[in-house]
Design a protein around this ligand. Sequence first.
Ligand SMILES: [Zn+2]
Ligand SMILES: [Zn+2]
Ligand SMILES: [Zn+2]
Ligand SMILES: [Zn+2]
Ligand SMILES: [Zn+2]
Ligand SMILES: [Zn+2]
Ligand SMILES: [Zn+2]
Length: 366
Amino acid sequence: MKKTIILSFVSVVLLGLLLAACSISHTHEFGEWVTVKSATCIEEGVEERTCKCGEKETRSIGVQSHNIVKSDKVDPTCTEKGKTEGTYCTICGTIFTESADIPELGHNYEFVQDTATCTAEGFKEYKCSVCGDVKQEKSDKKAHSYQSTVVKAAGCTTDGVKRYTCTVCNDSYDETVKATGHKFKSATCTEPKKCSVCGLTEGNALGHDYKSSITKQATCTSDGVETFKCSRCNDSYTKKIPGSHDFVDGVCTKCGNYDDYLGCAIVAVKSYFQANLKNPNSLQLHSIKYYVGKNDKSYFYLVVEYSAMNGFGGYNRDTAYIYIHNKGDGTFGYSPYSTSNSATDSYSSKAVTYSDISRFTDYYYS
Ligand SMILES: [Zn+2]
Ligand SMILES: [Zn+2]
Ligand SMILES: [Zn+2]
Ligand SMILES: [Zn+2]
Ligand SMILES: [Zn+2]
Ligand SMILES: [Zn+2]
Ligand SMILES: [Zn+2]
């Protein structure tokens, strides 16, 4: 309790002293502001002024702005690093953009020459296209540049020689070229198995393998053609197939035509009747028939029937009969006609000509 009383007392005395001071206050008259601490770009400064009474007044000086500049970019070279562009304050040194290293480029060597040859070692020379730096590397001997020529050509059965010569140093060596062996071509219809290089042959030609075919049928009046063609080489030739009538007893078994003598007979009969008929224009060949003799088969007779013969020459017939004898040697004989078809074998034969047959009418009408 006693301590509290003492403290209270001291407080009252101090308060009283303060009140006394105020009672003697004046208007301060400060001098110029004096920099106590300069402002920088990162820290405020302080300035103060002082009154005659010693009273000081202080205030802060605002932060200065940085003076930012760029640092130079440094290009790298073949062997030295470069730097990228950076930024920093010239006043406080603060770095805003860090400048980074750019690695050295390294040389860009380009090949210049190789001094090695096929007979001696040398070196390869390279030069940097950027800085001109030259470097050399040892190089081994080069291979020879051989070119070959045929000294002796290989044959089917004989070896040849090929020579290789270096175009640079003339070094050379020979190489044997093995005999090629025969290059046989198979035998053909006309040639035996034969080497296409030296002409050596073996064995015989095959001969043609002809197959025949009728390329044009023969007729009674025109020749035909039989063609023979080789199944291997297509070689071909033709053979005439003679065209002819195939007369049996004066009649062609193929076309039904009469042989020449019978033809003559028919023409003769017709021309006769045309000359003697009252109305020859009405004369028309009606039919021709053949009959073989009853006893002698070498006889046959020709029956020529004409229409419009009625009343001709006092006869009332329309049929003429001509007897023809096949002599068996390619010729015929004829016999006088008959007016009936009751033929006999008693007729003598003659060699037939056109004029002979023309005469048969004499017999008929005599
Ligand atoms: Zn003052
Ligand atoms: Zn700064
Ligand atoms: Zn270089
Ligand atoms: Zn060489
Ligand atoms: Zn050969
Ligand atoms: Zn053939
Ligand atoms: Zn015929």
